[in-house]
Design a binder for this molecule. Structure first.
Ligand code: CA
Ligand code: CA
Ligand code: CA
Length: 390
C-alpha cells in the first residue's frame, strides 16, 4: 500500500510537471504570435547577364525588401536551394536559361512571387556566304560583293587584300582596283558577340592587258595540206576564235575555206582541201578576238606565206643511146630567176615530185630537172618550166 501511494505521488508529480511544461509552451507561442510578421518580402534581381550573350557564366545580385532575409535560388528546372547575393553560375550550356530567386524573411515568410530572369547563351559563330562576286577572271577594275549570314542581326567587317578589316554592309563595292590577283574577305559578328574565326573569302584576277599574237606558223616551205597556227600571248576566249575572226585569203583576195580550232593558247586554221602550190596566202586575225578576261586585241594580225612550189616529172626509161635505163639512181632539181640560169642543184633522190621552198611572191622562177645513174652520169636538163609566184 505504501508502495502504491508512492507510485501515485510520482505520477502526480510527473503530471504536474508535464502540465507546467505545457502551460509554459502555450504562453510562449501566444506571445510570438502577437508580434509576428505575416507579410512576405518582395525579391528584386539587381544585376544579371545580357539578354543574349556568348558567356557561359552568369552572375546575379538580388535584394529583399526586408532586411535579414535569406534567399533561395533556382536555375532552370532545378530545385530552390539556399543562396546568397551575388550568386554565380559557370559552365552553362548554349540555350535559353531562367534564373529565379525568392527572399524569405526572418519570420519565415517566403516571397510567393520569386524574381526571375530569362536570357539566352549563344556561343556559335555565324556562317557567312558570299552570294555574288566578280567573275574569276575579268577586265573590270570594279568589284561588287553580296553576302549573308546565318543569323539575323549580324554585323559585318570586310577586307580587300591586306587592307585591314572595316565595318561594311552587303552589297559592298570596290572601284579602281589594280590589274592582278585580289582577295576579298568578310567576317560577321552575331548579336551575342560571336565572330567567325574563318572569314569567307573570294579570290579573282583582273586582267586589263589586251592579247597579242606572239608567233605564227612557218612562213616558208608551207605544205599544201598545212594547218596554219597562231599562238597568243595569253589564254583566249575560245568562243571569239572562229572562221570569221581567223581567215585565210589567196593571192586574189578570195577567202579560202577551212576550219578553226583553239587549244591552250594556239589557234589553228586547217584548210578544207589542199592549198595551191607555189601560191602566197594571207592569214588575218581580227581585233574581234578576246582574251579570257574579255580584252580585245588592239590591232589586226596579218601575215603571209608561200606554199611549196611542187615540181613533178616523168621518170626516163631509156639511155641516150636508146638502151634501157637500168641503173637510174636519182634526180637533181635546178631553178633560178632567169631562164637557163640555175643555182646549185638540189639532189632530191629517186623521187618524181619535189616541193621547192623559199619561193617569193611576185617572182618568176624557172625550173628543170636531171637524172643520174649509179655511176654518177647525169642526163641533160629536162624541158624548163616557169612559174610566177602570186
Ligand atoms: Ca515580412
Ligand atoms: Ca550565334
Ligand atoms: Ca590580257
Amino acid at each position: 500500500m505504501v508502495n502504491l501511494l508512492k507510485s501515485i505521488t510520482v505520477y502526480i508529480l510527473l503530471l504536474a510537471f508535464l502540465l507546467i511544461i505545457a502551460n509554459c509552451g502555450g504562453e510562449s507561442a501566444e506571445k510570438i504570435k502577437d508580434t509576428t510578421d505575416t507579410t512576405p518580402p518582395d525579391t528584386s534581381i539587381t544585376s544579371q547577364p545580357l539578354n543574349l550573350t556568348n558567356s557561359t557564366s552568369a552572375d546575379f545580385s538580388f535584394t529583399s525588401t526586408e532586411d535579414g532575409s535569406t534567399f533561395e535560388c533556382q536555375m532552370d528546372n532545378g530545385s530552390y536551394t539556399s543562396c546568397t547575393s551575388p550568386k554565380s553560375y559557370t559552365g552553362l550550356t548554349e540555350s535559353s536559361h531562367s534564373f529565379s530567386v525568392k527572399a524569405i524573411d526572418s519570420s519565415g515568410n517566403a516571397d510567393s512571387t520569386p524574381a526571375s530572369y530569362t536570357w539566352a547563351i549563344d556561343t556559335t559563330a555565324v556562317e557567312i556566304s558570299i552570294t555574288s562576286q566578280p567573275l574569276n577572271l575579268t577586265n573590270s577594275t570594279s568589284a561588287d560583293f553580296s553576302f549573308t549570314s546565318t543569323e539575323d542581326g549580324s554585323t559585318f567587317e570586310c577586307q580587300m587584300d591586306s587592307g585591314g578589316y572595316t565595318s561594311c554592309t552587303s552589297p559592298k563595292s570596290y572601284t579602281g582596283l589594280t590589274e592582278g590577283s585580289h582577295t576579298f574577305y568578310v567576317k560577321a559578328t552575331d548579336s551575342a558577340g560571336n565572330t567567325n574565326s574563318t572569314p569567307a573569302s573570294y579570290t579573282w584576277t583582273i586582267d586589263t592587258t589586251p592579247p597579242t599574237v606572239s608567233s605564227t606558223s612557218s612562213l616558208t616551205g608551207v605544205t599544201l595540206s598545212t594547218s596554219i597556227t597562231a599562238t597568243f600571248s595569253e589564254t583566249m576566249d575560245s568562243s571569239t576564235i572562229t572562221t570569221t575572226t581567223f581567215t585565210l585569203k589567196d593571192s586574189d583576195n578570195n577567202a579560202v575555206t577551212g576550219i578553226v580550232t583553239y587549244s591552250g593558247t594556239t589557234a589553228t586554221w586547217t584548210p578544207s582541201s589542199n592549198l595551191t602550190s607555189g601560191t602566197t596566202y594571207t592569214a588575218t586575225i581580227t581585233t574581234s578576238v578576246k582574251d579570257a578576261a574579255g580584252n580585245n586585241m588592239t590591232s589586226d594580225k596579218t601575215w603571209s606565206f608561200t606554199t611549196l612550189g611542187i615540181l613533178t616529172w616523168v621518170a626516163p626509161t631509156k639511155n641516150l643511146d636508146g638502151t634501157d635505163l637500168t641503173d637510174l639512181a636519182g634526180y637533181k632539181v635546178y631553178y633560178g630567176t632567169s631562164s637557163g640560169n640555175y643555182t646549185t642543184p638540189i639532189d632530191v633522190g629517186n623521187v618524181i615530185t619535189y616541193g621547192v621552198k623559199t619561193l617569193s611572191a611576185g617572182t618568176t622562177y624557172y625550173f628543170t630537172v636531171t637524172a643520174y645513174n649509179t655511176i654518177g652520169n647525169e642526163s641533160d636538163y629536162a624541158t624548163e618550166v616557169s612559174k610566177t609566184i602570186q
